[in-house]
Write a protein that binds this ligand. Structure first.
Ligand code: MGD
Ligand code: MGD
Ligand code: SF4
Ligand code: MO
Length: 903
């Protein structure tokens, strides 16, 4: 019997836009997802990631049962929750007793819900007595936190999404919002279409899709933002485009800054930033003359050894022009993760405490300790992410609890992270997906409920708190994060506070929220008037929302009063400092890393959805064509990419969006999808002195060609996750190995590998067995002398699996035949002949998928453009760009390219 379809309103679990979703399900399984028309973040829109959330549920990838390893080197075995958590409590209690509370640590995530965060925080600080609790927001928003606090007095983004639509001039710095905050970018596109006078400036070393909306793109040299912002202020001062009345009434520290920026003349700044004086001048003029000016920024500013200085230098521009606290104006950081804001609010960074308090402030500690009913909170400074993993590596931290983050993929300098995780005596990993790089190191793996399976609240980039609702029960024995944390805490209490009343007597996420919110009362973020039930009544609300309020607060600082001791905002005068790794002969390129449109971080979720690989199929290093020519490289060549810390083998691709002297590699690839510990084997752990945020965007690298003539190509339909797990270890034998998914209705695993010489025949036989190419309806040609071989499995007249070995010239042709569901006479003839090259009339692959929703390729769009179609024509005829719209900037870019002359 089929069950009736139900709908549950909740939120998207990916980015900080915080879109509302309607989850369609039958009470057991999630069957679909739609944008929630009533949610004020997205009004019904979703991007390519959000609209495929219902496809991320492959149970073969999920963690379903607790698993425990009883000794290093042994395999983990399935256990039950009681044994798992009792064991963890014993190990934590013994470690704390023997080595003190700072010998244990918690590394958590901006993707947890507010209630989860609060439970972890109380566990670490009140029960264990350590400040060793940090989150992946250290890699993400901590520079913005410092920027807001230093310049404005509190960690509060002052704007609303509506301000983006109302602004006259937007500066988008170090944010590729077309990819990373797509729904907000859609709103901006619509606003600019209705008010073409709106000016948009993009500051990014790369020409990203976000530049499609830009009136001015400043492709500054990596890391030179502070110089740029000081240079702009220099011109604003010179031209008199500042708001003297605002400066006098509401700020302090302007004189020191004025003195500093005197040295940042247009010529000097143009030189540091690698841009023209004219473009600098135009940028300052757009800002200086704008009736309203708003800035948006993200990782291009935060992930830097000058991250705090970049944030404050940008906020300086708003204070100098009085562009804050009014419609369409203000400094507005885009939050990366869905609830990085909640993490900051609940104090889930080592240096914070709940309610925007400081762990280093005795009064704040006393307030929180009093509220929690414990004698005191720990005084010792907690370890921040980079420091924390270093302490694990050198043996100072002996028990580590990781929740909802994958540090063995996402932290810089991976060699050291893997060392740390393999030497740590006890690693607990609380994860929804068992496939991640970090899970490999778990001594105790705790299965967590995921999207659609848990309940609580999140705060998005505009301070808006939404109620996250559960649609279906979690699979297997997976449990909600707050429940796991509180259950563990109660067991640990029996060791650390025997006989005392529990601090973790929470029956629901709502109960956690009720306790937490009182810690915000009277503080800048006061949300003590909110509750889960109230959000159900009024809809998502922006804080501050004090007790008795009837609606949230869309804009802060309208009265010019800032949450500092004097009530004034504070100019910061930090000089420009170059990135840590200067360009030099051995490492002449600067490696930039960042997001792809359709993937999310380490790809535990998006990496299970075959159609999301249509846009970018595999890891490749982007470089300017001149840099390739200089090195005698062509697109597709395999290269070794080296930094001071490690190396990686990947193909290169020509990309004019990247300036000479630079290179770009997506951040998503970890050791699972790409052999060699992934992108972050190259990045450096150097961090900003104030925010401790690492410099993930600027590593010195060099590339050199590698000769790996023996190549493998394989494609197999079905049981993708199971096959992935078994195939991946076998590929360690190859110098290069990349695994991805392909297809839509029939998802398939796609493998590319290469080595200097043919591998052992038994390895190939093992691979064939996993591909189902060892028996059954398989056509094979093997030439052992030339070590070339080809095998294809054909069932019901269709290709099901392919393996080419030695030489792979026919791979695109075969993949196209598989896509089309063909297995014709040409194929059979080709299979039985010694040659590997495809037959003469072979059509190639259909090209990359630009529109992921409607499955439209770049080849089809180019053909349409050649036939004279414009954007509307393409939308009408091909349907591309008509669903989520994430591909519209790319279609515009294709339209802007020169049209092929008619034959
Ligand atoms: N599709 C997708 N969306 C996501 C995510 C995802 O994984 N996938 N992750 C979410 C998260 S957690 C985050 S933090 C955000 C990140 O969102 P963004 O910060 O927008 O994304 P990135 O691609 O990391 O980096 C943005 C840009 O910074 C530029 N940049 C590099 N160096 C500099 C510099 O020195 N100065 C300037 N001005 N720019 C520089 C890069 O070229 C890049 O285009 O995205 C969120 N949204
Ligand atoms: N080179 C480079 N490195 C970077 C960056 C970069 O730009 N360049 N960006 C950095 C930034 S900004 C960020 S935010 C980090 C992100 O880095 P990570 O935090 O490592 O990223 P995710 O892959 O999103 O990890 C979240 C994990 O939580 C799991 N999960 C999902 N839902 C749940 C749940 O409900 N409960 C639990 N317990 N687990 C769940 C997912 O399966 C996933 O493995 O990467 C950083 N690393
Ligand atoms: S923009 Fe996309 S990823 Fe971000 S919350 Fe909305 S649907 Fe999710
Ligand atoms: Mo992030």
């Amino acid at each position: 019997m089929t069950r009736p379809t139900q709908t549950t309103a909740s939120t998207c679990c990916y980015c900080g836009v915080g879109c509302g979703v309607l989850i369609e399900h039958d009470g057991e399984r999630i069957t679909g997802v739609q944008g929630d028309p009533a949610h004020p973040a997205n009004y019904g829109r979703l991007c390519s990631k959000g609209s495929t959330l219902h496809l991320t549920g492959d149970l073969a990838a999920r963690a379903l049962h607790p698993e425990l390893r009883l000794g290093k080197g042994l395999a983990r075995a399935r256990t039950d929750w009681d044994s798992a958590l009792d064991h963890a409590a014993v190990v934590f209690a013994e470690t704390i007793r023997e080595h003190g509370p700072d010998s244990v640590a918690f590394y958590i995530s901006g993707q947890l819900l507010t209630e989860d965060y609060y439970a972890f925080n109380k566990l670490a600080r009140a029960l264990v007595g350590t400040n060793n609790i940090d989150s992946n927001s250290r890699l993400c928003m901590s520079s913005a936190v410092v920027g807001y606090k230093r310049s404005l007095g509190a960690d509060a983004p002052p704007c609303s999404y509506e301000d983006i639509e109302q602004s006259d001039c937007l500066l988008i710095a170090g944010s590729n919002m077309a990819y990373a905050h797509p729904v907000l970018f859609r709103r901006l596109e619509a606003a600019k279409a209705s008010r073409p006078d709106m000016k948009i400036i993009v500051v990014d070393p790369r020409r990203t899709d976000t530049c499609e909306l830009a009136d001015l793109h400043l492709a500054i040299l990596p890391g030179s933002d502070v110089a740029l912002f000081h240079g702009i202020l220099h011109i604003l001062l010179w031209e008199g485009w500042i708001d003297r009345a605002f400066i006098d009434a509401h700020t302090e520290g302007f004189d020191a800054l004025k003195k500093l920026v005197r040295d940042y003349s247009p010529a000097a700044v143009a030189d540091i930033c690698g841009i023209s004086v004219d473009s600098l001048q135009s940028c300052a003029e757009l800002i200086g003359k704008a009736p309203s000016f708003l800035s948006l920024w993200c990782m291009g500013l935060n992930q830097s050894s000058s991250g705090s200085a970049k944030n404050s230098a940008l906020i300086n521009l708003h204070l100098a022009t009085g562009q804050i606290g009014k419609p369409g104006a203000g400094p507005f950081s885009l939050t990366g993760q869905p609830n990085a804001m909640g993490g900051r609010e609940t104090g889930s960074l080592a240096n914070l405490l709940p309610g925007h308090r400081e762990a280093g402030n005795a009064e704040h500690r006393a307030e929180v300790a009093g509220y929690w009913g414990v004698d005191s909170l720990p005084e010792t400074t907690g370890l921040t992410a980079i420091e924390l993993f270093e302490a694990v590596r050198v043996g100072k931290v002996k028990a580590l609890w990781i929740a909802c983050t994958n540090p063995a993929q996402s932290m810089p300098d991976q060699q050291k992270i893997h060392e740390a995780l393999s030497t740590c005596p006890f690693v607990v990993v609380q994860e929804a997906y068992a496939t991640t790089e970090t899970c490999r190191y778990a001594d105790l793996l705790l299965p967590a409920a995921g999207w659609g399976e848990k309940e609580g609240s999140v705060t998005n980039s505009e301070r808006r708190v939404s109620h996250v609702r559960r649609a279906v029960p979690a699979p297997g024995e997976a449990r909600a994060d707050w429940a796991i944390t509180c259950d563990f805490a109660r067991r640990l209490e029996r060791h650390l506070r025997p006989g005392e009343p529990s601090l973790f007597d929470f029956a629901s996420p709502a109960a956690l929220f009720e306790e937490y919110k009182q810690l915000t009362a009277g503080r800048d973020l006061d949300l003590s008037g909110l509750s889960h039930a109230l959000i159900d009544d009024l809809g998502p609300q922006q804080w501050p929302f004090p007790a008795g309020a009837s609606r949230g607060t869309p804009r802060l600082y309208a009265d010019g009063v800032f949450p500092t001791a004097s009530g004034n905002a504070r100019f910061q005068a930090d000089p420009f400092r170059a990135p840590q790794e200067k360009r030099e002969a051995r490492y002449p390129l600067t490696l930039n890393t960042g997001r792809l449109r359709d993937q999310w971080h380490g790809m535990s979720r998006t990496g299970t959805v075959a159609q999301l690989f249509g846009h970018v199929e595999e890891a490749a290093l982007s470089m300017h064509p001149d840099e390739l020519r200089r090195r005698r490289l062509v697109s597709g060549d395999l290269i070794k990419l080296r930094s001071r810390r490690g190396s990686l083998i990947v193909p290169v691709q020509a990309d004019e969006a990247v300036r000479p002297g630079q290179a770009f590699l997506p951040m998503h690839w970890g050791d699972r999808f790409l052999k060699g510990l992934g992108t972050n084997v190259l990045t450096l752990p150097a961090f900003d002195p104030l925010s401790k945020q690492p410099e993930l965007k600027h590593a010195g690298v060099e590339v050199e060609k590698v000769e790996l003539p023996w190549q493998l190509f394989a494609l197999v339909e079905g049981d993708v996750q199971q096959r992935f797990a078994k195939l991946r270890p076998l590929l360690e034998e190859f110098a290069y190995a990349s695994l991805t998914l392909t297809g839509r209705e029939r998802p398939a695993l796609l493998v590319k590998a290469a080595s200097a010489a043919a591998p052992d025949a038994t390895l190939l036989a093992q691979i064939d067995a996993l591909l189902g190419l060892d028996e059954g309806p398989v056509l094979a040609y093997d030439d052992p002398r030339r070590t070339v071989g080809k095998r294809v499995r054909i069932e019901d007249g269709r290709i099901h699996a392919i393996r080419l070995a030695g030489e792979t010239a026919a791979r695109d042709w075969l993949k196209a035949l598989w896509e089309e569901g063909k297995a014709d006479a040409d194929l059979r003839r080709w299979l039985l002949a010694p040659l590997s090259t495809p037959p003469g009339n072979a059509g190639g692959c259909k090209g990359k998928t630009v529109c992921s929703c409607m499955n439209v390729s770049d080849t089809a769009i180019r053909e349409g453009i050649d036939r004279g179609l414009d954007l509307d024509g393409l939308k009408q005829e091909l349907k591309c760009g008509t669903s989520c719209g994430s591909c519209v900037p790319e279609i515009k870019r294709l339209l802007a390219q020169p049209v092929k002359a008619p034959a």
